[in-house]
Design a protein around this ligand. Structure first.
Ligand SMILES: [Fe+2]
Ligand SMILES: [Fe+2]
Length: 311
């Protein structure tokens, strides 16, 4: 991995400093940092053991468009069973509590990316172990947002450039946090935290690389889709389902995201549930993106410089 300069502090969910701003991060620093964590191995708990997140998830799944995607009770039960077996590190569980209180959008979004990633992984890689691996990164993909000021996460007007830079810090912050907690910078959760805003055509951030695995791509697609169909502080009205799928289709046409995971997502949204491999994705534009969406606008110039799609 290439080096990067840390622009802001990275701290744990409990506020301990893990790495200060200004640190030049490279493989040897990460290795030393992981070695020096004084064997602070975090405890893990099964998702099924958690109270509020599981109850909340069930409630969120009952609302459109998830009630259509998860319309088959037997399949939903199976997906919930897979999710229930995912073991979450204590700091990730603490982060869910933190977001539930401080930034409900991120809390809900983390759970929905978890559910959708599990469903996609289960169908694209129909082997329990792989599905589990694919899904376990969902709840922590935005963990680094705990290092972003809540006022920025909740800002209703366009971000300034410094605010956008701090928001983008969440990907490296999450990578460092999860490298620390798992003791392994190559752990899927750390990789997904770092790479979930990357795009295949290298137009994403933080590294502008198209070099990531299919499992990371599942998280990328789930992240973009849920961000589009959810109300956000910067966009009171969310994309309708049709427009959200059209946005993703446009991204696939530009080579930013892969067609296979998109086909699966489109198939889940069809009433007759076609086999995703045979699912034709409509290229027709009929959706109506929401008005007053300030996402990607920069405060000083309003020049439309995109901060990227996703969350
Ligand atoms: Fe996200
Ligand atoms: Fe994110």
């Amino acid at each position: 991995m290439e080096n990067f300069l840390l622009k802001y502090d990275v701290h744990s969910i409990r506020g301990e400093l893990l790495l200060p701003s200004g640190a030049q991060v490279d493989e040897s620093l990460i290795a030393e940092f992981v070695r020096n964590r004084n064997d602070k191995v975090s405890k893990e708990y099964y998702f099924a053991e958690l109270g509020s997140p599981l109850a909340d998830l069930t409630r969120f799944l009952a609302k459109p468009p998830y009630n259509a995607i998860f319309s088959d009770p037997a399949e939903t039960e199976e997906i919930l069973a897979i999710m229930g077996q995912v073991r979450l590190l204590e700091p990730v569980i603490d982060s869910l509590d933190y977001f539930r209180e401080k930034d409900f959008h991120t809390y809900r979004h983390s759970l929905m990316v978890f559910a959708l990633s599990t469903l996609l992984a289960r169908h694209l890689y129909p082997n329990d172990r792989t599905a589990l691996l694919g899904s376990l990164a969902g709840p922590s993909h935005d963990l680094g947002k705990s290092c972003v000021h809540v006022e920025i996460l909740q800002k209703k007007t366009p971000l300034t450039r410094p605010e956008l830079a701090m928001l983008k810090h969440h990907v490296f912050a999450g990578y460092i946090q999860l490298s620390f907690y798992t003791g392994d910078p190559r752990h899927l959760t750390a990789q997904v935290a770092r790479d979930h805003h990357e795009r295949r055509d290298c137009s994403g951030y933080p590294r502008g690389t198209g070099n990531f695995t299919e499992l990371v791509e599942i998280a990328i697609l789930s992240d973009i889709y849920d961000a589009l169909i959810s109300p956000r502080p910067y966009r009171p009205v969310s994309y309708d389902n049709r427009s959200a799928l059209e946005e993703l289709t446009k991204m696939a046409e530009k080579g930013q995201v892969g067609w296979l995971a998109l086909k699966a997502l489109v198939a889940f949204n069809r009433r007759n549930r076609p086999d995703y491999q045979e699912c034709e994705v409509s290229l027709e534009r009929r959706g109506m993106p929401p008005a007053n969406n300030v996402y990607g606008l920069i405060a000083e110039e309003n020049d439309g410089d995109s901060g990227g799609t996703g969350s």
